[in-house]
Design a protein around this ligand. Structure first.
Ligand code: BES
Ligand code: MN
Ligand code: ZN
Length: 500
């Protein structure tokens, strides 16, 4: 897809589909449309006057009038109440426009972008949200289909975002470039996650991390089983020992020049497949556990975008990657293991493996003396039970950091909601034969998992993001095609946008 910004004057060519939005109660389409094409404007105005179209939310009106010069079809979209217009509604409408264009087999699209601005959203916002969402919504994981679902291919090849003269074209082009770099990193992350476990084992994930680092010109080091053993990372070793796939500990480091402003360290859970181990999972839905490396893939994707955008931040990404299998060498319930920081845990349930590998990675982050430490993990089914696919569970030792993360989430449409880390919760996982147990009573599962992680956090400012409910969708939903969502990529890039 080719996306370009155009100003009104330079659009004489007839394209397939022109899109103009109206808020509820507007008596006629925007003046921008009148300047572009008098006939198209008249059609819209008549439709409103005759009560055939009123700009209500999710209402649309299409016209194929041959007298319109600039497009074969004009689509008027209702956006509803201007006061209730939001960025998330805009994303859904943009995804809808792309789906509609494909259904009509339109190849070229022209969007009157300013008509989508209103309420809390200004024209500048549309210059990022529209291209980003087009790229997100265009994504499908269909590389293994020998015959694609939409064959013969329905593809939107060109999109022109039309702006009136009031807007600086160079500023728009910059926004588009930024938005598409983020979307590209997002879709890259989605593919890493969507790849099945047989084709994306820890070594493959590490290969992609190295590749991203090479292209982005930043450091990447991958520790294998012998180095992991030397560092006494007992959690990673224990989880990996039931699989033939060797563990990989990915260490990425971008922006050393910005070290003086403080380091941010990201940690992502990289379980390339989670059978549960000896505490084996039921077979129903087990195929979804190929997504259990979403946190790691998200960290890799964020570093990809950050290096591409050249953000002024010293960012370290750590991704412990393993496969959790019940092989002959597998750890057993009751095993006691010792982590990088010397603490011990009893493995009550081998399916609570995420916290075991994250424990070593969180403790290891100490080496980089980060100012802020954030981990992402598909850690607990309980988080999906609590929030469904509507929110990321946030647990943190730093209220100010929570506020920043929540604000970023409001902006990107990745809602975050805090759960408490009260000391009383520790009683549930306090060990008898070891310092801690990796599973408790089952109650408060999302929080007790975070309480376990907290034991390994070497600094004050830490936030844990449980993305178990949000990392993938089971069916196509607006801009998310069935499969991985890449949640967290846009969230943390927004957090780092004006990072101090
Ligand atoms: N990867 C799972 C969590 C998960 C389950 C994420 C379903 C998304 C959907 C994790 O490793 C796990 O199995 N957690 C257990 C912990 C329990 C054994 C204490 C869980 O949530 O049941
Ligand atoms: Mn598990
Ligand atoms: Zn898991």
């Amino acid at each position: 897809m080719d996306i370009t910004a155009r100003s009104l004057g330079e659009t004489k060519q007839k394209i397939d589909l022109l899109v103009c939005a109206l808020f509820e109660g507007e008596k006629s389409p925007s003046k921008v449309l009148e300047t572009l094409d008098k006939k198209a404007f008249q059609i819209g105005k008549l439709a409103v006057q005759q009560g055939r179209f009123s700009g209500k939310e999710s209402e649309q009106f299409a016209s194929y009038d041959g007298n319109v010069q600039v497009a074969k079809e004009v689509l008027f979209l209702g956006l509803g109440d201007k006061g209730k217009w939001t960025a998330e509604k805009l994303r859904k409408r943009v995804a809808g426009v792309l789906a509609y264009a494909k259904s009509q087999n339109a190849k070229s699209l022209r969007i009157l972008a300013e008509t989508f601005a209103g309420g809390p959203m200004d024209t500048q916002d549309t210059t990022e949200i529209i291209p980003e969402t087009l790229d997100r919504a265009d994504y499908r994981f269909d590389k293994y289909l020998t015959k694609k679902k939409d064959e013969p291919k329905r593809e939107v090849k060109t999109v022109e975002l039309l702006y009136s003269k009031k807007v600086q074209p160079s500023a728009i082009q910059k926004s588009i470039t930024r938005a598409r770099a983020i979307a590209e990193a997002l879709n890259f992350t989605r593919t890493l996650i969507n790849e099945p476990a047989n084709l994306m084992p820890p070594r493959e994930l590490a290969r992609h991390a190295r590749e991203v680092a090479r292209a982005g010109k930043f450091r990447c080091q991958v520790l294998g089983p012998s180095e992991i053993k030397k560092l006494k990372m007992g959690g990673i070793i224990a989880v990996a020992q039931g699989s033939h796939e060797p563990a990989q500990f990915i260490i990425m480091e971008y922006g050393r020049a910005y070290k003086k402003h403080g380091t941010v360290c990201l940690v992502g859970k990289g379980v390339t497949f989670d059978t549960g181990g000896i505490s084996i999972k039921p077979s129903r839905d087990m195929e979804k556990m190929k997504y259990d490396m979403s946190g790691a893939a998200t960290v890799i994707g964020i570093l990809k975008a950050v290096s591409r955008l050249k953000l002024p931040i010293h960012l370290v990404g750590l991704a412990p990657c393993v496969e959790n299998m019940p092989g002959g060498g597998a750890q057993r319930p009751g095993d006691i293991i010792k982590f990088y920081n010397g603490k011990s845990a009893e493995v009550i349930n081998t399916d609570a493996e995420g916290r075991l590998i994250l424990a070593d990675a969180l403790a290891y982050s100490e080496k980089f003396k980060p100012k802020v430490l954030i981990d992402l993990a598909t850690l607990t089914g309980a988080c999906a039970v609590t929030f469904a696919d509507k929110a990321i569970g946030v647990m943190s030792t730093d209220p100010a950091l929570v506020q920043k993360i929540r604000k970023a989430g409001e902006t990107t449409g990745e809602r975050c909601w805090e759960l408490p880390l009260w000391d009383e919760y520790f009683e549930i996982i306090k060990g008898h034969h070891s310092d801690i147990m990796n599973a408790g009573s089952g109650y408060g599962g999302t929080i007790t998992a975070a309480m376990f992680l907290k034991e390994f956090v070497p600094i004050k400012s830490w936030a844990h993001l449980d993305i178990a409910g949000t990392a993938w969708v089971d069916s196509d939903k607006s801009y998310n095609a069935r499969g991985a969502t890449g949640v967290g990529v846009r969230l943390l890039l927004e957090l780092f946008r004006n990072w101090k």
